[in-house]
Design a binder for this molecule. Structure first.
Ligand code: A2P
Length: 348
């Protein structure tokens, strides 16, 4: 990586945005300029980077002039307004929202799984849904060894998935409840502190919510197959940061827990966390702030000869969002794929 890049973070003040800032710094991404963009609300604020305080600007028509790379994490509606404009201005956009993930011309990339897909971008690369990334990192190495036919997964998703304000809301709810007061809800539909509820995205005719369908459709796109049957149940739990997932896998032929453990022990982006005697397995509190997806409780499914059970916890803000985006940026920089192909820039 000899070249350096002019980078903009759209949504710099958010939970993922601030993590992007930290990661660009700690991973020494080759930067020649960094622009922090957010809404009008944050214009004039400053954020620390490299020992300096950088100003936050309200995103506008000229924001992407002289920018090579945009890391966007400001929600789908904001990405829909600005991503194409950034591409038209010559920047490659790595978008953390769901706005473009299922578009055929937009690669959906988890670097441990499908790095080559990034090469085909036409200006926009989508960063997958957080629960999908965490599951993909853990399941892909096993799928390479013996094909997975079916996944049944239940998620335990932290407040961070709904953003920085949602994390603050949950803390305020906890304080209110402990003081005997009624908790306020603005971001979440119901109190999350001392509670949990099925993920509150719109539900389709089949009874699956949007978050669950993201796991189905995005996993298939990342794995490059529609042959895997996937049935998720997504649940929001009163954890501040880091999601967990209980995953049941059905393989085409038996895969032993010992084999699975050996494979995952060598797998990129995975850390095995298992002490059966101590009943010590991945926990969101320990996954928080870590790059790896923590995987454990790998065991044969006693209800199915080709079944395997496992449990994971992974930092939703880091590998589930910001880290995955920065890894994609590093991949583009290393492979020299960080340019918008000119002919197709306008119709990415
Ligand atoms: P702001 O702080 O100015 O509202 P989170 O996911 O943690 O809620 O963060 C969302 C991020 O997206 C924040 O940086 C937020 O900026 C930014 N954002 C939200 N709406 C807009 C918008 N309409 N234009 C630009 N940035 C936006």
């Amino acid at each position: 990586m000899s070249q350096s890049y002019r980078v903009a973070i759209l949504g710099a003040t958010g939970a993922v945005g601030t993590e992007l800032l930290e990661l660009l710094q700690s991973r020494n991404f080759p930067l020649s300029d960094l622009k922090l963009l957010a809404s009008e609300r944050s214009a004039g604020n400053t954020l620390p980077f490299g020992g300096e305080m950088l100003p936050v600007e309200a995103v506008g028509e000229r924001s992407f002039d002289k920018v090579d790379l945009v890391l966007a994490s400001a929600g789908g509606s904001t990405s829909k307004i600005w991503a194409q404009k950034a591409v038209a201005a010559g920047a490659v956009v790595i978008d953390n929202s769901s706005a473009f993930r299922m578009e055929p011309n937009v690669p959906l990339v988890v670097p441990e799984v499908n790095p080559e897909a990034a090469r085909t971008h036409r200006g926009i690369i989508a960063n997958p849904n957080c629960t999908t990334i965490l599951m993909a990192v853990a399941v892909w190495p096993l799928h390479q060894f013996k094909p997975v036919k079916r996944i049944v997964v239940a998620t335990y998703q932290s407040a961070s998935g709904a953003g920085a304000r949602a994390m603050e809301e949950m803390k305020a709810q906890a304080r209110a409840i402990l003081q005997g007061e009624t908790p306020e809800t603005n971001i979440f539909p119901y109190p999350l502190a001392f509670n949990l509820f099925p993920h509150n995205t719109p539900i389709n005719d089949l009874g699956y919510c949007e978050e669950e369908m993201k796991m189905v459709n995005e996993t298939r796109k990342i794995f490059g197959t529609n042959e895997i049957a996937i049935s998720p149940t997504c649940v929001r739990v009163p954890v501040l940061r880091a999601h967990s997932e209980a995953i049941n896998l059905e393989f085409a032929e038996p895969l032993s827990a010992i084999e699975a453990r050996e494979i995952l022990n060598r797998a990129k982006g995975v850390k095995l966390v298992e002490d059966w005697k101590a009943n010590y397995f991945p926990m969101p509190a320990e996954a928080s702030g870590k790059d790896e997806v923590l995987v454990g409780r790998i065991r044969q499914d006693i209800s199915h000869p080709c079944g395997l059970e496992m449990w994971l916890s992974g930092d939703q803000i880091r590998k589930g969002a910001a880290l995955n985006a920065v890894q994609i940026a590093e991949l583009l920089a290393a492979k020299n794929w960080l340019q918008v192909p000119t002919a197709s820039a306008a119709n990415a």
